[in-house]
Design a protein. Structure first.
Length: 210
C-alpha cells in the first residue's frame, strides 16, 4: 500500500502516526518503509522513519533525499540556502522504495499547501505520488475548520481521502475534542477515523488487507 500523510499544520503528529503505522505493518510481518521527501531544520523525523522501516533502507538519504538546515517552509529554506528542491532525487528515491517494500508511507512537511517552490506546493508532490491521503489532526478546539478545509482540498485534487487521525497531542480534553469525531464523520464521511489518545504507543494496521 502507498499512503501520503499530511496534517492540518506543523506539530500535529505526522511523524508519530507514520511510525505507528510502520510498527503495525511490521507486526503483520510485512515490509514497510517511511519516506520523508523534504526535511527542514534537523533530520530527527527522517531518522525516526529510517529506524522504524522494516527492513531499514540502504541509507538515510534514501528516506530523506532533500534536507535543508533552515527550519522554515521548503520554499523559504531553498531561498535561504540558495538551493532549489531536487525533485528528480525525490522521484528516484520514491521509485526505489516503492519497488522494494509492500508498504510505503510518505510523510509530507507541514500542511497540505506548504510551498515547496515557485508554483509548487506539498499538495503537488502528493498528486505526483498518486497515493491515498491520511490526514492527521491535532484534536482540539478549532480542528474542525482546518480539517474540513484540508480534506476538501485533498479531494479537490482528485486524491482519495483514506481517513482522518484525531491525535490527542495533549492529555487535556475539552468539549471540542470529544465532539469533533462525530461531527467530522457526518460532514466529511471519511472511510476511516482513528482516534489516538495522548501517550498511546501502538495501533493495529487499520487498512485491512491493503
Amino acid at each position: 500500500m502507498k499512503l501520503f500523510i499530511t496534517g492540518t499544520g506543523t506539530g500535529v503528529g505526522k511523524t508519530f502516526v507514520t511510525r505507528l503505522l510502520l510498527d503495525a505493518a511490521a507486526a503483520r510481518r510485512e515490509t514497510a518503509a517511511g519516506f520523508k521527501p523534504i526535511a527542514c531544520g534537523d533530520r530527527d523525523d527522517a531518522e525516526i522513519l529510517f529506524s522504524a522501516s522494516c527492513p531499514e533502507p540502504g541509507s538515510l538519504d534514501l528516506v530523506n533525499p532533500v534536507h535543508y538546515k533552515s527550519p522554515a517552509a521548503p520554499m523559504a529554506a531553498a531561498l535561504i540556502e540558495k538551493r532549489e528542491v531536487d525533485t528528480d532525487a525525490i522521484e528516484a528515491a520514491y521509485r526505489t522504495l516503492a519497488s522494494s517494500y509492500q508498504h510505503l508511507i510518505v510523510e509530507g512537511a507541514g500542511g497540505w499547501e506548504v510551498p515547496v517552490a515557485a508554483g509548487r506546493n506539498m499538495s503537488d508532490l502528493a498528486v505526483g505520488f498518486g497515493a491515498p491521503v491520511l490526514l492527521v489532526v491535532d484534536n482540539k478546539l478549532g480542528a474542525l475548520n482546518h480539517t474540513i478545509l484540508t480534506a476538501n482540498a485533498v479531494r479537490a485534487r482528485g486524491l482519495e481521502l483514506a481517513g482522518i487521525v484525531l491525535n490527542h497531542v495533549s492529555d487535556e480534553r475539552d468539549a471540542a475534542s470529544i465532539s469533533n469525531r462525530t461531527l467530522l464523520e457526518q460532514i466529511l464521511d471519511p472511510p476511516l477515523v482513528l482516534e489516538l489518545l495522548h501517550g498511546e504507543t501502538e495501533i493495529d494496521w487499520p487498512f485491512g488487507g491493503r
